[in-house]
Structure formats: C-alpha cells, structure tokens
Design a protein around this ligand. Structure first.
Ligand code: BES
Ligand code: ZN
Length: 649
C-alpha cells in the first residue's frame, strides 16, 4: 500500500463506514504496535483493509509525501565505477501543507537539486542529515507548497553496496567489464535518491549511456538503443524501489518462446536456454492457479558467479546465479520461485520488512505448487522436506527467539535478519497448513483473490489475517482456531500443526544411509541408481559424523569432491568440514573463490570458523583467512559485509 492510497482509501472508508457490514475481527498480535492508520476499501466484490505500520528502514517522510515516478538519466562509468547523471522525481503530497521531501541516500554525491516552478527549474534548499551505517543519509529538499517535481544531479559511490563492478578479468568472456545491481532490501538508495521503502510504489523510466559493445538491461521494458546512442527503459507498472535493477555487460540473448528468453554471457547462453526451457510451462501453471501474468515479457538473466543470491525477482527480468545451470534441470525451482514473485511480492508487496513472509513465504508456497503441477507430487514433496530440514536448522540456530516468528517484532537490526528459512519455509508451511485444513477447492480461489484484490498494493500480515477472516474462514468456520493462527503467525518456533512432508524416495535414502553409517555396507553397496539431486542432498545433509575412511569411501565411489552440481558440492563440503575430510579442501577452496552465492559461502565460512574454534584447529583458521583474503575482492559488496561479520573482521 502506498500511504497515499491508504489515506485516500481511508477518507473514502469514512464515508462508506456505515455501509460496512463485515467487521474486522482478526487475531490481534500480543506484542504488536497498533496500526497508526488503517483503511477499508471496497473492490466492488470484496472489502479489503490496509493496516499501516511504519517502516523503520527508511528515513524518508513517505507518509506525508509520496514519490510516484523516477526518471533516471545516467552514464555508466566503468573507469570511476559510478553511475553519474540526473534523477527526476515526481511526487504527490499526502499531508496537506508538506513542503519538505525527505529522500533516502547512501554514499551518493549530491551535486545540485532543483524544483520545478512556473518559470522552469529553480535551485532548491537542501540539507543532508548525519550518516547512519545502515540507513545512509537523509536528503531533505525544500519543495515549497506546490512543486511536484525535483531534479537531482548526483553520482553513486564506487563502494555502493547495491552495485558490483566487475573487471573484464572477472567475467567469463574476459574482454568487457560488467555491472549488476542488487537493490533488495535497502540498497536502492545506493543507486539513486528515493523513498527506499516497500510501502511506496513508483513507476520509472531511464536512459543509460554505456561504452560501445556493452548491452544495458533494466527491470523494465527494454526500449533498445536510441538515436543518440543511449538505451531507453520504461516500467509502466508501479513497483517498490527494491525492484529497480540494472545489468550491463557483454550480454547476449536467446529466446525460449515469444515472450520469454534468456540473457547471459555467450559461454553459458545455450546451456541456460536449455536448462530453463520449461519456464513457459511454469508461467502457464502459475496463471492457471493465480490469474494472468501482468508484466508483459518475462526474461531471465544469468549473471556472473559473484551474484550473491540464487535469484532475484526483478520485474520482467529475474536475475539468476549461474550455479543453477546444472545440466539436468534439477535446480529450476529457483526459476519457479522468482517467477512466482510476479504475483507474491511484485504484485502484492510486503509493506514492511517485518512482513517479509508475505513475499517469501507466499512465493515459496506458490513455487512448490507450480513444481508439483509441472513435475508431480514426488518432486514437490522432496523439495518441501529439504526445506523443512533447513527450517529446523535455522530455528535451532536463530540469534534471538523473536527471529523465529513470521511477523517480526520491531527489533530487526537490518532487514537481512528477516530472510532466514523462517520467512521462507515457515511461511510456506503456514500456507500448507491452511491448504490442508480448508482444502484446495477453497484455498486456491481465496489466494487468487488475494493477489487480485491487493494487486499493486503493499500489504501487512494483519491485512492478510483480516482478509482470511472475511473470505476464507466462512468456507469452513471450524477448520482452524484463532489460537492456531496466532501461534503460527506471532508464535516462536514450529507449531505442532506443521505438515510432515512424507517422501517414499527419502525414506529409502534414509534406510540406505543408516546401513552405510552403521558400517553394514560400503559406499559401493549403496543403491544410488536413479538418485536425483534431491535424494543426494537428503543423503548428504542427513549424514551424522562418520569416519575419515567412510568419507574417503564415499568420495572415491561417487567423485563428490569437485562435483559440478553446486548444491551437491555445497552439501559435500559442509560434511567435509564437519568430518575433517581435508582431501576436499582444495576443491572447496576453488569453489569459495569461484562462487559468490551467499547461501553457500556464508555457511561454509561459518562452519569453517566454528569447527576450527571448537576443535582448536589453528591451521584451519589460517587457511580460512587466507582463502577469504584472496576471494574477497571478487565477492559482491553485500557478501563482503556479511562474511566480514561472520569471520569477525
Ligand atoms: N528476493 C529473494 C532474494 C533476496 C532476499 C534478495 C533478501 C535480497 C534480500 C529471492 O526471491 C530469493 O528468495 N532467492 C532465493 C531462491 C529461493 C528458491 C529460495 C535464493 O537466492 O536462494
Ligand atoms: Zn524470493
């Protein structure tokens, strides 16, 4: 919800209040702040509410004035490692009389600011606040009583956390440099001055000038090269700032069908198009369940290996790690995931990072439904079971118990804390719980309506609970108790009502594993024929401490060290650390220097550090520090910050 729609709606709701017959009676959070403002809206058929919780990760005054459009006119300067140019922002006053526009910036060099007046552009009064290490620096602009546009001449910092600048040597092609962005959660402010909160939606347009031979792309309609040599972009649907994205490099394109294709460096283009060839079917299944895809084209871009995530749901153009290109389509659930965000996240957006499960939990649920539709129940259930294993680990290892809640307390130090498996998998399993209790016949159309009624809005957890109360509960009033819902959403740890994904394939793997672990059979006796990546992951993740001889036996039998499937390699290296199997370390070192995907490297560095400390392995401490020192310059700034933290640098 943008505050302005909230307030407009709120005003309307006052007029309509007497006509409202359905009372909101959602379970209220025990430790929650009461929403400052709430609004009711009538969609025609249904009534929706919008509760407002202030976003503490923005310094902008977005409740009083809302930016509705940003136009970017930027040089992409690879020598200085900066974006350099002009941002023109259009805004609307929500609170009458607001004469100051406060924007988020981080590391930006602000060169000039002007406001539009009847006589053209006038220099504006502006002040920069004091810098906060997480939030950055607020830029306050005096916009007077009536202006609706500001122009800001600025450049980014070479250290911008949202941008990674790669030298030609750091790319596969070795000839051209590369740039890519990562704005989620709060790094859009390192790319441009704006209101960096998911509660505000804006459209955007852009012109980028790049060196000859490079192709720039954005999370928008690609308008191609213009007469003046620049490249044009347009995003006509309003999106939250964290979905603004850019990639520039020696990038080629291959179509999968008329509306879906893959961008990548040449070396991996054909393999990527083949790996992701089922994306069109994923889109079809998604639409069958939740209604039309509303964003025009859907393309994928395979980024360099330092991309710190598996995928990022930038609208019209999901960003992906090359580690998904395994050769056997075994890791394509990440594509299903990023595509699913076109409904959960990009269309209906968490209004606050405290509500991140509305993005990631919903998306994990939708992802799994699409995987089931496409590949069948067995694969879907295996993926649920693997998720649950990860969830249990994250719940047990949570830094604070409050981080095991779906709706987070107001105690997040950084939005990063909101993105453990709690948000993803506990969120997913909550929706599974509702699906089990109400049945798909009721739950599927309910969820489809949710995406429709909240389309292009931001939502809070409380909005969802109220919507459920109105439109799901009546289908079966006794299906779920209020206490059960409260426990799921505001409670800590895992409820007893959590679904137990039962996979026959995994049961067989577990039986094999038990006889291997107890020494009944050697590695060569394991019946692994036909094991999918999923079964291997279940086997490897489930291994307790085993002997060095057993590790060696597994490795010589199955050639696990150096395996090309990044997920399998990661699981094996985790076991190698736990079991002190140093034969795997040279390949693990190569992996750590090659791959920058956070999911893998944060846990590898963490395990190396903890195991070295626990077992007094000073040699491992030195080894880890050396590997990191060499690898660090190649990592994305986000990964650098996270691993600096993990290793206590
Ligand atoms: N939106 C996330 C990535 C993200 C989260 C970026 C938090 C910045 C802050 C994306 O949709 C995602 O969840 N990616 C997952 C893949 C998924 C299958 C769980 C990943 O990167 O591993
Ligand atoms: Zn996601």
């Amino acid at each position: 919800m943008t505050p302005q729609t909230s307030l407009r709606a709120y005003a309307l709701s006052l007029l309509a209040a007497t006509a409202l017959s359905v009372a909101a009676c959602s379970p209220k959070p025990a430790t929650e702040t009461i929403p400052a403002k709430s609004a009711h809206m009538d969609t025609g058929e249904r009534i929706i509410t919008q509760n407002f919780t202030a976003d503490r990760f923005t310094q902008s005054n977005y409740a009083d004035i809302a930016v509705t459009h940003i136009d970017l006119d930027l040089d992409v300067n690879f020598y200085a490692k900066i974006l350099d140019g002009v941002a023109t922002l259009s805004f609307e006053r929500i609170t009458k009389g607001t004469e100051t526009l406060v924007l988020d910036t981080k590391g930006l060099l602000i060169k000039a600011v002007s406001v539009e007046t009847e006589n053209g552009w006038d220099t504006a009064e502006r002040t920069m606040g004091t810098e906060d290490p997480v939030q950055g620096t607020a830029l306050s602009i005096d916009v007077g009583p009536s202006a609706t546009k500001v122009k800001i001449v600025y450049s980014t910092s070479p250290e911008a956390e949202g941008l990674q600048w790669l030298t030609p040597e750091q790319t596969a092609g070795k000839k051209e440099p590369y740039l890519f962005s990562q704005a989620q959660a709060i790094n859009a402010r390192t790319m441009a001055p704006l209101q960096d909160t998911p509660a505000v939606r804006l459209t955007y347009s852009a012109r980028l000038r790049v060196p000859d031979g490079l192709l720039p792309l954005m999370s928008a309609e690609q308008l191609g090269q213009q007469e003046d040599g620049s490249y044009g972009f347009n995003m006509p649907q309003p999106i939250p700032s964290y979905l603004i994205a850019i990639a520039v490099g020696d990038i080629k394109f291959k179509a999968i069908n008329d509306t879906i294709g893959v961008y990548a460096e040449e070396y991996i283009l054909d393999r990527a198009a083949e790996e992701f060839s089922e994306t069109p079917q994923m889109e079809v299944e998604n639409e069958k369940l939740y209604g039309p895809y509303r964003w025009g084209r859907y393309d994928l871009i395979v980024l360099p290996p330092s991309f710190p995530y598996g995928g990022m749901e930038n609208p019209r153009l999901s960003f992906l790690t090359p580690t998904l290109v395994a050769g056997d389509k075994s890791l394509t659930n990440v594509v299903a995931h990023e595509l699913a965000h076109s409904w959960s996240g990009n269309l209906v957006t968490n209004s606050n990072w405290r509500d991140a499960w509305l993005n990631e939990g919903f998306t994990s649920y939708v992802e799994n439904r699409v995987m089931e539709a496409l590949y069948g129940k067995d694969r879907a259930v295996m993926e649920q079971a693997l998720g649950l294993e990860d969830l249990k680990r994250d719940v047990a290892g949570a830094a604070r118990p409050s981080l095991t809640q779906l709706k987070f307390d107001d105690d997040l130090k950084h939005p990063d804390e909101a993105f453990s498996q709690v948000t993803y998998v506990k969120g997913q399993f909550f929706l599974n719980f509702l699906e089990d209790r109400y049945g798909r016949a009721a739950f599927d159309p309910f969820l489809k309506n949710w995406f429709n009624d909240y389309a292009f809005k931001a939502a809070t957890t409380e909005d969802f609970l109220e919507y459920m109360e109105r439109y799901l509960k009546p289908s079966n009033p006794d299906a779920v108790s209020e206490a059960e819902i409260k426990e799921w959403v505001y409670g800590q740890g895992l409820p007893d009502t959590i679904r137990n994904p039962k996979s026959d394939a995994f049961d067989k793997v577990a039986a094999q594993s038990a006889s291997f672990v107890s020494g009944n059979i050697a590695a060569s006796g394991l019946k692994t024929e036909g094991w999918s990546t999923h079964e291997w992951l279940h086997f490897l993740n489930g291994l307790p401490k085993v002997s060095s001889a057993q590790m060696e036996d597994l490795d010589t039998t199955f050639k696990l060290t150096g395996t090309q499937n990044a997920e399998t390699a990661f699981a094996w290296y985790m076991q190698s650390i736990k079991n002190g199997y140093e034969d795997a370390f040279p390949d693990m070192e190569y992996f750590l220097k090659e791959v920058g995907r956070g999911k893998f490297i944060y846990r590898l560095y963490g395990a190396l550090k903890d195991t070295a400390a626990k077992e007094n392995r000073e040699d491992w401490q030195f080894w880890t520090a050396d590997v990191y020192e060499e690898a660090r310059p190649g990592y994305h700034p986000i990964a650098q910050r996270r691993i600096d933290d993990i290793l206590g640098k």
